[in-house]
Structures are given as structure tokens and as C-alpha cells.
Design a protein around this ligand. Structure first.
Ligand code: ATP
Ligand code: MG
Length: 564
């Protein structure tokens, strides 16, 4: 029993691990693995599994392997292997020298298959794939035995050896486990263990034309690596009896325990790799690492800190019940982390020119700006102030409605860290009527942003000095989908719910000069505008930023407004 005032209760998987350790099961060892199939990039759902497997290993002084589950040569690629390694490392986990591939075990798996044949537990079946499906039965009807089920061992051995040798075309024969065609669990109705597939594999090349199925390869890989706790998602619960059957019928070194947990589902997000691949291939996004994608590479490019993703995975916890987590929770974790860490800077996304008529033309003053009010240890910097500035176009309205406190004709506001200014004139484009320039006066007494006479202003605006500012492109991202469950009302066609405004590119932004040399990946808060991150497309000549997340949650406010 845990003492009452101890740490929060363990989730059910950690409880199993802790109990096993207490009972000295597995000689007091904990060995887990993260087993991705290299058929796509990792997404935030995988992060849950990575944090769980590597996290448990860390907490219980165990080890966690990275194993590529590469048993399907037609969909797998080296590009995916490399991206997966980079993403696991980026999340902050280390498999040390324990990088494995299921394909490393093909030879051993083949010998185990011979063993199953010799012990009468497997047979070569020559039904066509359609016939196999027909014979399998349904949830309410038992299956029928294949006419090949009683093939003599010697004939099975001969055929299986020739299957490996490449004597047969794809689909001619399969190897099946001889279990129970009447089992209520369809997975136990003589499952296919091997299929013929004349396809080159990204690691074994043309060495094989016979490939093991997941349900056969996975338990063997786990056992060969001495895995103690084989953690997977709930859809494998019905496969567990088969997992155990494979291990019970083979002379494997150990018998890992399979434990299932509920996968992560996120609102406004699609997560299956098949769907993500379609988004990429059909051009709805620019690639797997498009900042709107729920992939780890997309989130990295967007500016999500890996620590925020780990915090998120901790907060959602691990359980057995399927549910949908609100995307706003992930965004909250990102915002919290960036609030503590990201330096503040000033950037004007939609510039409007302001001329301060009474400010000397050749004067440049350096004003002191705080880098992070949440962490004064991050110090201050000097920002140039001069007669011609840019402010945000949205911070001025010629005819302000009641609750608009920012700049308007005749009104005084504060320029952050600098002076009070007052709008005295508005210049418009004679053709379009668009406001193109404001004329203001400043009060020299208000340097630093406070009036000695105690006079107050209702708004503080950010700004940059035109002569010193660096031009930038800013990519403003919003949710990729506009419905919480994309495709829900269109028979799963998630494309109908794509948000047409998920990307807005602002190409004439102006940012303060301290950003001039900012390196790809660095993160900032643009004061009043949100959190932003330098994109890899950025160059010293043309800075490019991605909006990581807004300062507050506009969706929560919209929902509240709808309710209220
Ligand atoms: P997808 O369904 O997205 O294509 P997958 O399950 O086929 O994913 P794998 O490469 O086989 O992808 O997954 C590797 C590991 O990550 C597995 O153990 C799997 O259970 C886990 N995993 C995949 N998706 C999620 C998720 N949404 N939440 C938690 N774990 C997940
Ligand atoms: Mg899978």
C-alpha cells in the first residue's frame, strides 16, 4: 500500500510495472520498446506512446528499445526511418545502442515457423485470399476448416521451404497457424503467419519473398529483445490471445506481457498515417512537416517545444477508455511553456506608417525593453526609436467604436517602452480612400511610457522604427480542420472539413532589428501578437516566421460567446 501523502496514484500500467518489480517478476527488470512501422512520420499520438514507453523505463530504471516494425516492404521507406529517429530524439529520449528492426529477426522467425510446422501447429494453405476470407466465418458464425489444414508435416515443410525459395507467385500459398476455426475470437481462426510477396525491402533487399505478418512478428521480436511489458493500443486487445499463442508454442527466451491502453484522439485533428499521407499526397499541406500537421516534425517546425508535448502527454494520462482530448489543451501547454521561456520582441505584421511631426529627423534614441517580464533574469535590450515608425494597421481606426481604445484621430496612446503619441492627421490614398500614413506628435516628457503629470492612456501599442526594422514574412496558422471531428458528417471524408483559412501568409511584416540574425527554430513572443518561431525557409535577407500559437485561446472565447 502506498502511503497516503505520497505522490499521485500511478496509472494502471505503472501500477502493473511497480507490482511486478515488487514481486521480483522478470528478475526485477523493466524492458519496454517503442515499435513504429516506418510507413509515415510520427504524430502526436505516437508521442503518447513514446512518453509512456521511454518514461516507464526511465522511472523504473529499465531500458526502452526503438524497434522498427518493418514487416511490410511495400509501404516502408528509409525516409520514414530517419524522420522517426530524429523525432524520438527531439522529444528528448534516447535508445542508446538499442536500435532494432523486426527485419533483423527474419531468419530466426523463419526457423520458428519451421518449428511450428514440425510440431503440427502451422500448415501451408493454398486457398486464395478470397476463399480464406469466406472460410473464416463471421462474428456470429464459426469458420470452416481449410481443405489444406490436414496437410502432412513433410508436405508443409517442403512447400514452405519452396515458398521461401521463390518458387511461387504472390498469393499462391500462405502459412497459417493451426488454432481453432470455431473460436469466437476471429484472430484465432487459423491466422495467416506468412505471405508470399515478391517485393524489395528497404533493409533486406531481395533476400526475401516471404514476409511474416504483424501478429506473428511482433511477439517474437518482443521476446527476442527480452521485453517485459509490451505496451500497445486498445485495438490489439483482441490480438492478445494470438500474441500469447505464438509465444506459448515456440521455444522463445521469454514471454512478455502485452498491455493495452487507449490511444490519443485529438479534436480538430486527423491522426491515422493513412489520412496524413493523403493530406500530403493530395497537396492539402506542403509536406509531412507542414506546421499545420499533427506530426512531430510539423509541430517542431511550428515552434512547439518538445517539453510542452511531454507535459501534455503527462496531463492526459494513461487509461483504458477511448476519448477525444481537446486540442486547446495541447495549445495551452505550448503557451504556458513559451510564456516562461520565449523572449519578447516587437514585430508589426500589417504595418501602417506613423510620422512623429515634432520628433527630430536625425535623432535615434535607444529605448530599453524588457526581454521577459516572467523572467527578469533574461535581461533587457535596446530598441531604436525614431521619427518614422510602423504600427499595426489594426491598432488604428478613423471612426472608433465604443470599446476601441487604441489609436484614433485626436487620441493619445502609449508606444511601448517609448513615449505617448497623439494622432493629429490622417493621410489617405486619394484613389482608394485607404489610410496610408498617420501624423502624430509625441510628448518628450513621457519617455519610458509614463507621464509626470499622472495623465493616463488606455492603450499601449507595439511599433518598430522604419529605418531599422527588418522585413519579414509571417505565416499565420490556424487549425487545419474547422470541425472537432473531421469527416464526421461526410462518411469519414475529412477533406470536406478542411479549414480554408488555416494558412494566411503576411509578406510585408517589419520586425525589430534584434531579430535580424535569428536562427531557424528560435522562438519569440511578438508582443500582443502571439508566439512565433523562425522557419527553416528563413534567410538573413528574408526572415520567415511561423505563428506557433496565439497569446490567448480565441476558440475558447468564440465558444463562450456562442453559449452566452
Ligand atoms: P496510425 O494508426 O496512426 O497509422 P499505427 O498504430 O499504425 O498508427 P505504428 O507505427 O504501428 O502506427 O505505431 C507505433 C506505436 O505507437 C504503436 O505501439 C501504437 O500503438 C502507438 N500509437 C499509434 N497511434 C497512437 C495514438 N493515437 N495514441 C497512442 N499511441 C499510438
Ligand atoms: Mg500499426
Amino acid at each position: 500500500m502506498a502511503p497516503k501523502d505520497a505522490a499521485p496514484p500511478l496509472d494502471f500500467i505503472r501500477q502493473i510495472v511497480a507490482d511486478d518489480l515488487a514481486a521480483n517478476k522478470n528478475e526485477g527488470q523493466v524492458v519496454t520498446r517503442f515499435p513504429p512501422e516506418p510507413n509515415g512520420y510520427l504524430h502526436i499520438g505516437h508521442a503518447k506512446s513514446i512518453c509512456l514507453n521511454f518514461g516507464i523505463a526511465q522511472e523504473y530504471r529499465g531500458i526502452c528499445n526503438l524497434r522498427f516494425d518493418d514487416t511490410n516492404p511495400t509501404k516502408e521507406e528509409v525516409e520514414y526511418v530517419e524522420s522517426i529517429k530524429a523525432d524520438v530524439r527531439w522529444l528528448g529520449f534516447d535508445w542508446e545502442d538499442r536500435l532494432f528492426y523486426a527485419s533483423d529477426y527474419f531468419e530466426q522467425m523463419y526457423h520458428y515457423a519451421l518449428h511450428l510446422i514440425q510440431t503440427g501447429k502451422a500448415y501451408v494453405c493454398s486457398l486464395s485470399p478470397e476463399e480464406i476470407r469466406e472460410y473464416r466465418g463471421t462474428l456470429t458464425e464459426p469458420g470452416r476448416d481449410s481443405p489444406y489444414r490436414s496437410r502432412p508435416v513433410a508436405e508443409n515443410l517442403d512447400l514452405f521451404t519452396r515458398m521461401r525459395a521463390g518458387e511461387f507467385p504472390d498469393g499462391a500459398h500462405v502459412l497459417r497457424g493451426k488454432i481453432d476455426m470455431a473460436s469466437p475470437n476471429l484472430n484465432l481462426r487459423d491466422p495467416v503467419l506468412y505471405r508470399i510477396l515478391h517485393a524489395a525491402h528497404h533493409r533486406t533487399g531481395d533476400a526475401w519473398c516471404l514476409y511474416p505478418m504483424y501478429d506473428y512478428a511482433h511477439p517474437i521480436s518482443d521476446a527476442l529483445e527480452g521485453i517485459t511489458h509490451s505496451i500497445c493500443t486498445l485495438e490489439f486487445e483482441d490480438h492478445r490471445p494470438l500474441y500469447d499463442w505464438v509465444l506459448d508454442n515456440l521455444p522463445v527466451p521469454c514471454h512478455p506481457q502485452q498491455i493495452e491502453f487507449a490511444r490519443l484522439n485529438l479534436s480538430y485533428t486527423v491522426m491515422s498515417k493513412r489520412k496524413l499521407l493523403r493530406l500530403v499526397n493530395e497537396g492539402y499541406v506542403k509536406g509531412w512537416d507542414d506546421p499545420r500537421m499533427p506530426t512531430l516534425s510539423g509541430m517542431r517546425r511550428r515552434g512547439y517545444p518538445p517539453t510542452a508535448i511531454r507535459t501534455f502527454c503527462e496531463m492526459i494520462g494513461v487509461g483504458k477508455r477511448e476519448g477525444v482530448v481537446d486540442l486547446a489543451l495541447l495549445e495551452y501547454c505550448v503557451r504556458e511553456e513559451l510564456n516562461k521561456k520565449a523572449p519578447r520582441v516587437m514585430a508589426v505584421l500589417k504595418p501602417l506608417k506613423v510620422v512623429i511631426d515634432n520628433y527630430s529627423e536625425d535623432l535615434v534614441e535607444m529605448v530599453e525593453a524588457v526581454n521577459n517580464p516572467e523572467d527578469l533574469g533574461m535581461g533587457t535590450r535596446l530598441v531604436p526609436f525614431s521619427r518614422v515608425l510602423y504600427i499595426e494597421r489594426d491598432d488604428f481606426l478613423e471612426e472608433p467604436p465604443k470599446k476601441f481604445y487604441r489609436l484614433a484621430p485626436g487620441r493619445e496612446v502609449r508606444l511601448r517602452y517609448a513615449y505617448f503619441i497623439k494622432c493629429v492627421d490622417v493621410v489617405k490614398d486619394p484613389q482608394t480612400g485607404e489610410v496610408v500614413e498617420l501624423h502624430c506628435t509625441y510628448d518628450p516628457q513621457t519617455r519610458g511610457g509614463y507621464a509626470p503629470d499622472g495623465r493616463q492612456v488606455k492603450a499601449t501599442l507595439h511599433w518598430v522604427a522604419t529605418a531599422h526594422a527588418a522585413p519579414a514574412e509571417v505565416r499565420v496558422y490556424d487549425r487545419l480542420f474547422s470541425k472537432p471531428q473531421p469527416g464526421e458528417e461526410a462518411e469519414g471524408d475529412f477533406r470536406v472539413d478542411l479549414n480554408p483559412h488555416s494558412l494566411e501568409t503576411l509578406s510585408s511584416c517589419q520586425v525589430e532589428p534584434s531579430l535580424a540574425g535569428a536562427q531557424p527554430g528560435s522562438r519569440f513572443q511578438f508582443e500582443r501578437m502571439g508566439y512565433f518561431c523562425v522557419d527553416p525557409d528563413s534567410s538573413p535577407e528574408r526572415l520567415v516566421f511561423n505563428r506557433t500559437v496565439t497569446l490567448r485561446d480565441p476558440w475558447a472565447r468564440m465558444q463562450q460567446a456562442e453559449k452566452g
